[in-house]
Write a protein that binds this ligand. Structure first.
Ligand code: UDP
Length: 235
């Protein structure tokens, strides 16, 4: 069995024979509110593996450099080895979640322009909101990297938003992580209903992890619906 290098809340990362590549295993475990709420979403690992692979492919075809290499099994993908920047980039189109709370806008109110936010990736501190000055002072990234991750965030937002609209899904907001591979900045982690908010364009129904966070029910079905709309695959 390959050596496990890291176990996170939703994924495990293994070494492979190739020193340039890792194997990512997607689990069914779900957490929210910085690990305070825990549970399982049946088949989430399979669904998020497939959904992430689809999004990485789509972004790659549109010129976004990413870590995804190929799917290995229902729950596993091969990725390029990254040194992850300790910054989470969140891009928002519609007020929801922590932004709605912070600025006092009702959830669902459209932002006149996309908003990019940076968070310090640190579980002990609960991933606090930071700005570019914090990131530079803390040595989390240099000027070029900060400019690049925010520009890539906006570009990814445009690509995903346009594609999802055709599938009758609104892209409300999402979180990205970036890392370095042999000096090259690549999009990493996952892109899935765990890390994005998707609302049905017509009904406004939530098709993402908010169903778990807020105990709305039908969590697995929501993830299945996202995979189905993106790829036509029924799990
Ligand atoms: N998000 C994420 N991981 C985190 C925090 C947020 O993937 O640790 C995603 C979340 O799913 C949503 C977006 O980033 O699509 C914005 O989340 P928000 O700041 O509103 O936080 P939350 O409502 O999760 O507290």
């Amino acid at each position: 069995m390959a050596q496990m290098l890291y176990e996170g809340k939703a994924k495990k990362v293994y070494a492979t024979e190739n020193p340039d590549e890792y194997l990512v295993f997607y689990k069914d475990d779900a957490t929210a509110f910085n690990g305070v709420k825990r549970g399982t979403i049946l088949n989430k690992g399979v669904l998020n593996n497939k959904i992430s692979a689809f999004f990485f492919d789509l972004l790659g075809k549109n010129g976004i450099p990413h870590h995804f290499v190929r799917l290995v099994s229902d729950r596993e993908m091969l990725v390029k080895k990254l040194t992850i920047l300790q910054i989470e980039v969140v891009v928002r189109n519609i007020a929801a979640g922590s932004l709605a709370k912070r600025i006092g806008w009702e959830e669902g109110r459209k932002l006149p322009q996309p908003v990019v936010e940076l968070y310090y990736k640190n579980d002990d501190l609960g991933d606090p909101l930071i700005n570019e000055y914090h990131a530079r002072a803390m040595g989390l990234a240099d000027d070029n990297q900060l400019k690049a991750i925010q520009e890539l965030g906006l570009k990814i937002n445009a690509i995903l938003g346009a594609y999802l609209k055709e599938k009758k899904l609104e892209l409300i907001d999402f979180k990205l992580e970036f890392g370095l591979h042999n000096g090259q900045l690549l999009l990493g982690d996952e892109i899935s209903p765990d890390t994005c908010r998707f609302w049905d364009s017509e009904t406004g129904q939530k098709l993402d992890k908010d169903r778990f966070r807020r105990d709305l029910g039908d969590v697995e079905d929501a993830y299945k619906e996202v995979l189905y709309r993106l790829t036509g695959e029924k799990l």
